[in-house]
Write a protein of this length. Structure first.
Lengths: 605, 240, 181
């Protein structure tokens, strides 16, 4: 066994060119093959790629889909984001526990099953959902959970779990998934048809500078959430010194409540690749990388086939569409379960086979990105917009939306509404119009932009979805009167604590402290001073954290406190006698009483 | 062409060399910006965030942010010093820092920052997390209870010692420093003379048999606040 | 006018902070001019005789009696001060805080390499206060108003802080007296 391990791991490394920058692919393969990346495997990898064991350990310990400890043959990852909880995931969880005889975080003794929680897997519109290895299972119930376990015990094949396939390309044999697209509104930018190659053809008839000018004229801004002007980013990257440049597509759609890129990747991959190729031309890049989140691994074979087809059609490869000197190809880089990799510099680190730690800026990726090459990282949807802008014209695009926010936006809507799914709408739609479309007449709170965005109440429903008002990368989660804003905030703080890379102090420690104090308040043990504490601590995290994710990680507390202060005030109480309500003498005494076999006389009640 | 530029620190104009970080320029001008992860012999890292300053009203880490002509930097403001103290307090509650018996006490940069920034007690509750101690090496011991994850050992080993003894593993609150070894610290090629050992700002990495050599009262920060050495340059800068 | 009263207590501490208070030397005469001592190990008064202006608390809470005593102080003092590292963060006793209680007691009374305990039992007389699951810093149990760090806090710190408080002046404490060791 040990010899086999060494031989197989060496083979995996060698297949990846013994290249340490391909560490993600290496450790993912080792994990898939052996159900773990053991210490011995780390040593072998380190030797093969001329690195150090601790460097391999550093990577393996960072991503939640990788582990040094052995995992079962079937890893069941049940999504525990707030929407799944609202849809009754706890019952599903209980069924898994009972059926497997283990709790979450544990493996069965026969090594067959591991049961884990996982944050949002991009299926909020069909929750509760889970991953069984790479297979996505949606709309789970306690019954279906039992069936899943029984089927896996019997057949030992996750492919036999699907009784029904989803719509559109989800039914494609290469996707073979029960996921549904749930596209509710098709707009003219993303979901309209495009004849393959027409946008590239148009771009190639122009100079690279003219292409960038078009993108600038269209006033296209990044669709991931931050809203940086795409043309400007490309201009910087193009202007940076160096003959080799890189285009990266951020398909690490990890912001809870966001699942719009899932539908693009399923239904419009050509549009995306078209946009990336145009970016390659505009920037002067020869390499394109799609960083695909580990949770979307089920889409990979399909995407690879689309890429292969595009190579056949000379839409990728050497001298694309006969343009001498324009060589561009795209590879897919898999992630392995780390939200922070959605931050562009963390994503670059991950592509290079490192921990997904964000980097210091400057230098910006446009100057020094992937493998120190000038790099432009753009969102899936942004590339699609680019292709459409080239196809239909910058003026056509800029006419839609508002001045600062042109074009359409994909919104993924979930939660307490009758029509969850993906909507392509012009920028500038009000939150209340959106709620009407989604069938959420009794909305009480709306989380716009995911946990890193803001939780707004009715007073803000008149506001517009756009960069200058209520900005969002695409997530809209709806909550009705039965939901408690503090509990929503708490869910999201748990998420950020789990997903913080731990690099900088405010995000690593501050969020833990925020979560803890929020728990005390929810438990009815808070004081009015605790609200100041949350405000001040939340601000410190926002001001002093290192990356964009850290700077927004206290938003659940800050925005819920701002917009639902009354809910907080209902729960806190003045501490008049000076006794701390967070201190529970009976809890503190329980262990001692147990050990001594006697009860406290002082605290007899 | 001169590569000298000018910018203001707390309203006072200072001169800097293009390519310097704000911290390097401030150090040369005799202005101390509190810091923990930064070390003059190491590349900027930007992890502790104690050196947060406002650059044209935007927060930046002084250790990583390059100077630019005409920039307005605020550093010694009550707000920023409160944020700095707040970060120092976070580190105090995240680890288990028993100054009373720590060999580094009096020479510890975390403690010294607590003194300088006026911390009497952290405003945050202690976490009392469990951390390991590794005493396997004949000359060195490591107490993770005192580690503040500044990465100086990680970087010193790579940048100064030409080794690769330390690296971070895990993430979030579970992040810690691990060793390049199948077993423990004794399984690495670390040596007691490595810069990685001496550059630890706190009592997390210590040389065995060297404790308490300097009596209380004579230790580095007993009577001089941290940063005094940099601030003493100010007079010299003014004269020149 | 009656002098303000102060009280002191040593919870899970070593009495070192009290020793440090006595270290103010002849200034103790001036202190006695300023205040009367109420409940305190210094004068062995067991019960509060009246409301106190200031309570000085040494040590954290490791057992029920500490908690009870601390709550008693909170009820009877206008200002409560955590004096020293044990009151502030649990101090050396809090080193057990990340070890389960049973493991801790077993090591101390049964399994430790230097244990001599022919009875083979963990002390459990009902006169002994019940131990808590961990050591709690004072401010986790009751609201504390001030913190004077040190192990122990230097006599000068205690003196200057007390005088400032009693004379209602701002605490302007010099660098040298604020130490955590």
């Amino acid at each position: 066994m040990a010899e086999n391990l060494e031989r197989d791991v060496k083979q995996i490394c060698s297949r990846n060119g013994n290249d340490r920058t391909r560490m993600m692919d290496i450790v993912r393969e080792v994990q898939d093959r052996f159900g773990q990346v053991s210490g011995q495997a780390m040593n072998t990898i380190a030797q093969a790629v001329n690195s150090h064991r601790v460097e391999v350990e550093s990577v393996v310990s960072f991503y939640s889909f990788l582990s040094e400890e052995p995992k079962g043959k079937f890893v069941i990852r049940l999504c525990n984001d707030i929407i799944d909880k609202m849809q009754g995931v706890e019952k599903v969880a209980e069924a898994f526990r009972e059926e497997l005889g283990i709790d979450f975080g544990e493996s069965t003794s026969d090594g067959k099953f591991t049961l884990e929680w996982t944050p949002c897997i991009g299926m909020c519109d069909q929750a509760p959902a889970a991953l069984v290895n790479n297979k996505v299972l949606t709309r789970l119930s306690s019954d279906s959970a039992r069936e899943i376990v029984q089927s896996l015990k019997q057949n030992e094949d996750e492919n036999r779990l699907l009784h029904m396939l989803g719509d559109g390309n989800n039914a494609d044999p290469l996707v073979n998934s029960m996921v549904n697209n749930n596209i509710r509104e098709r707009g003219p930018v993303i979901f309209a048809d495009l004849k393959h190659g027409t946008a590239i053809h148009k771009a190639l008839s122009m100079s690279a500078v003219e292409v960038i000018k078009d993108v600038k004229t269209a006033r296209l801004r990044g669709r991931g959430g931050a809203g940086f002007p795409t043309g400007m980013k490309w201009e910087f990257t193009r202007a940076a010194s160096g003959s080799e440049k890189v285009v990266i597509c951020n398909a690490d759609e990890g912001e809870p409540g966001t699942f719009k890129d899932r539908t693009i990747l399923t239904e419009k991959p050509d549009l995306l690749f078209e946009g990336m190729t145009i970016a390659g031309y505009a920037i002067g890049a020869g390499t394109g990388v799609v960083y695909l989140r580990g949770e979307y691994a089920y889409l990979r074979p399909f995407l690879e086939s689309v890429l292969a087809e595009r190579r056949n059609k000379n839409l990728l490869g050497v001298s694309i569409l006969g343009k001498t000197g324009f060589d561009f190809d795209i590879r897919i880089q898999m992630g392995a379960g780390a939200y922070v990799c959605g931050e562009e510099t963390a994503l670059i680190s991950s592509c290079e086979g490192l921990r997904g730690d964000p980097r210091n800026r400057p230098p910006f990726p446009a100057q020094k990105g992937y493998l120190t090459l000038p790099t432009s990282v753009n969102n899936v949807e942004t590339f699609c917009c680019v292709a459409r802008i080239l196809d239909k014209g910058a003026g056509w695009f800029a006419e839609m939306g508002s001045k600062g926010s042109t074009g359409t936006k994909l919104l993924s809507i979930s939660g307490d509404c009758t029509r969850p799914g993906v909507y392509e709408l012009e920028f500038g739609i009000t939150v209340s119009d959106l709620l009407e479309k989604a069938g959420a007449e009794d909305a009480y709170a709306v989380q716009v932009g995911g946990p890193s965005g803001q939780l707004i109440g009715e007073a803000d429903f008149h506001r517009k979805i756009c960069y200058d008002d209520v900005a969002t990368g695409g997530a809209v989660m709806i909550f009705n009167k039965d939901r408690n804003p503090l509990e929503i905030a708490h869910e999201f703080m748990e998420f950020f604590c789990e997903e913080s890379c731990g690099y900088c102090t405010p995000c690593r420690v501050g969020n833990e402290l925020l979560k803890q104090r929020l728990e005390a308040i929810i438990a009815g043990k808070g004081t009015p001073e605790d609200l100041d504490y949350l405000e001040q601590l939340g601000k410190t995290v926002a001001v002093a954290s290192r990356c964009g994710l850290g700077q927004t990680s206290s938003n659940p507390v800050r925005t819920s406190l701002k917009n639902f202060r009354g809910e907080y005030e209902k729960l806190v109480r003045e501490n008049k006698d000076g006794m701390q309500r967070t201190f529970d003498i009976h809890k503190a005494l329980a262990a001692g009483e147990d050990l001594q076999g006697r009860k406290s006389v002082i605290y007899a009640d | 062409m001169s590569d000298k530029i000018k910018f203001t620190m707390d309203g006072v104009e200072i001169e800097a060399t293009q390519g310097q970080t704000i911290m390097q320029a401030a150090d040369e001008a005799g202005i101390y910006i509190p810091r923990l992860c930064a070390h003059k012999d190491l590349l900027p890292f930007g992890s502790c965030r104690v050196c947060t300053v406002m650059v044209n009203d935007r927060p930046q880490a002084a250790c990583t942010q390059p100077v630019s002509p005409g920039m307005a930097v605020d550093s010694e403001t009550p707000e920023l010093n409160d944020i700095r103290r707040s970060i120092v307090e976070m580190l105090f509650v995240e680890g288990n820092h028993y100054c009373a018996f720590c060999e580094k006490s009096g020479n510890c940069e975390l403690q010294a920052l607590g003194y300088r920034l006026g911390m009497l007690a952290p405003r945050y509750p202690y976490m009392f997390n469990k951390h390991d101690v590794d005493a396997s090496h004949p000359d060195i011991y490591i107490d993770h209870n005192r580690c503040i994850l500044c990465g100086r050992c990680v970087r010193s080993s790579k940048e100064l010692d030409g080794k690769n003894v330390f690296q971070f593993v895990g993430r979030g609150i579970h992040k810690r420093v691990a060793f390049n070894s199948d077993t423990d610290l004794s399984g690495t090629d670390v040596s007691v003379t490595d810069r990685a050992i001496e550059n630890c700002p706190v009592g997390a990495i210590l040389k065995k048999r060297s404790a308490y050599a300097v009596p209380i009262g004579k230790r580095k920060y007993d009577s001089q606040p941290i940063g005094s050495d940099i601030e003493s340059r100010k007079a010299a800068v003014k004269q020149s | 006018m009656a002098k303000p009263k102060i009280a002191t207590a040593s919870l899970a501490g070593c009495f070192g902070c009290h020793m440090s208070l006595l270290d103010i030397d002849d200034r103790i005469l001036k202190l006695v001019e300023l205040v009367d001592f109420d409940k305190s190990p210094v004068d062995d008064i067991k019960k509060f005789t009246g409301r106190c202006a200031v309570g000085l608390i040494e040590g954290g809470c490791c057992n029920e009696e500490n908690v009870h005593n601390l709550q008693y102080f909170r009820e009877n003092c206008d200002i409560l001060i955590s004096v020293g590292e044990c009151a502030i963060m649990g101090g050396i006793p809090a080193m057990r805080n990340n070890i389960p209680l049973k493991e801790c007691l077993d090591e101390a009374y049964l399994n430790g390499p230097t244990v001599y305990n022919p009875s083979g039992k963990i002390p459990g007389d009902k006169e002994l206060p019940l131990i808590l699951d961990r050591v709690y810093p004072c401010h986790e149990v009751v609201k504390m108003d001030y913190y004077l760090p040190g192990c122990p806090p230097p006599a000068d710190l205690l003196w200057q802080a007390l005088v400032a408080l009693l004379e209602n002046k701002p605490m302007d404490l010099p660098y040298e007296v604020i130490k955590y060791d």
